[in-house]
Design a protein around this ligand. Structure first.
Ligand SMILES: C[S@@+](CC[C@H](N)C(=O)[O-])C[C@H]1O[C@@H](n2cnc3c(N)ncnc32)[C@H](O)[C@@H]1O
Length: 227
């Protein structure tokens, strides 16, 4: 635990860079996304509707856009890498009367014991996590066996022309706020050892809701459109 907390004070260079970029964009983040948020809201609602009561970890809470959809009967912990994004999330939590614990933490080195959560959820986060497989392995560790992972993510398209375009455009959002366009998060979820990985396409083959389970539970179901 001590080593994990220390690693937050001196994160590896790419993680420090991601933090600086989100700190920099935090004051205008909601404004930048304002024109797209109407599209995201139904996807956010649908994701959070799948969360069952229990101890739930939200990763990359950002400015707190998911706070209104947190299930009222869940015990919520929300983390983010960027102190400036967290300031906004805490402000929104106070406004909404949310009881979520909101903490500074890196998903790649979580300060929580093994098997301490029933569900982990994140929206548009693994495009920015410097080592997504490492972050997802950490989520697998802190989830109880059979615990659920629920993600909303934009990923690299399979269509060759779009794929090429996304690769070309990738440096732009990365330099502006630290997000990549070329992440293959569905594969990363499997690579991190999750089972029963299901990806629901929401917009083209780019925006996906990814549902998976930490191995070892009794809830694993056979063959539901596995990846
Ligand atoms: C694109 S924003 C999404 C914010 C929010 N989830 C939403 O849907 O509006 C990505 C967030 O992930 C956070 N993030 C990036 N890398 C992280 C890491 N390693 N650990 C925790 N949070 C991270 C960023 O600081 C940022 O707040």
């Amino acid at each position: 635990m001590k080593a994990q907390q220390m690693s937050l004070h001196a994160p590896p260079p790419d993680t420090a860079l991601t933090r600086r970029r989100y700190d920099r964009i935090a004051p205008i983040y909601d404004l930048v996304e304002w024109g797209m948020e109407w599209r995201f809201v139904p996807w956010r609602r649908a994701l959070w509707a799948l969360v069952r009561p229990g101890h739930v970890l939200e990763v990359g809470v950002g400015t707190g856009k998911n706070l209104p959809y947190h299930p009222p009967d869940a015990e919520m912990t929300a983390i983010d890498l960027s102190p400036r994004m967290l300031e906004r999330a805490r402000r929104r939590a106070r406004r909404l009367g949310s009881a979520a614990r909101i903490e500074l933490a890196d998903v790649q080195a979580l300060p929580f014991p093994d098997a301490s959560f029933d569900t982990a959820a994140a929206t548009f986060v693994f495009c920015s996590v410097p080592d997504p497989v490492l972050g997802l392995r950490e989520l697998r560790r802190v989830l109880r066996p059979g615990g659920r992972l629920l993600l909303l993510e934009h990923v690299l398209s399979e269509r060759p022309w779009l794929r090429r375009l996304m690769w070309r455009l990738d440096p732009l959002p990365y330099h502006l706020w630290g997000a990549h366009l070329n992440r293959e998060t569905v594969h990363s979820v499997s690579a991190a050892g999750f089972v029963d990985v299901v990806a629901v396409e929401l917009s083209l083959d780019i925006v996906k809701r990814i549902e998976a389970q930490a191995p070892g539970g009794h809830e694993e179901t056979a063959g539901r459109g596995r990846v």
